[in-house]
Write a protein that binds this ligand. Sequence first.
Ligand SMILES: [Zn+2]
Length: 217
Amino acid sequence: MPEVAELKDLATQQQSVRSQLIAAQTETSDIAREQDKLESDVDQVRQRMTRDQQRLDSGAVTSAKDLESLQHEVGSLNKRQRDLEDVELEVMERLEEAEKKATVLGAEQSRLAAAVEDTERRRVAAHAAIDKDVEHAQRERATVTPDVGEELLTFYEKLRAKLAGIAAVSIKQRRCDGCRLDLSVTDVDRIRSAADDEVIRCEECRRIQVRTAESGL
Ligand SMILES: [Zn+2]
């Protein structure tokens, strides 16, 4: 059944998407953690700057040297804040990218799940149709076998095991329906002279040949 091959292929795709999604989700949470850390760093710098600014504004620091060093510190904190914010911006872009990737993969995962469901439904239906065909064939067979006779039936089953499940075929327009080869003149003569209940077989594929109105004989 083609559905079985499709399901196998879908399973492979699902596995690949699943691992890619896990990787994208891991990346997302790693970057988010990085972002948290940066935010807390920026926060610390801001607090320290506020504290320094308050000290400057309070007028409590009077020594020129202390004032200079405090102002110097505020200057470097400012620069540090700007640097951190630049990094934060870059991290946010990376986070957005990773989240987008995870969203696309998530959608792909849903699409594959729907495809699996659909294919599985078709597989079950195809299977049911085959079961029905088998049931029908078995019913037909049951009506025919009593007339065939034990010995011929045993021979037929043995032949069927050897010939890929097809032991008896019809002759259509002087052509064997098993090997699809045309009958030779000798074959036609042989078959024509055979009794109606005689079991005749194809010289080529060795299958039992059944004569019908369409055999052209
Ligand atoms: Zn044949």
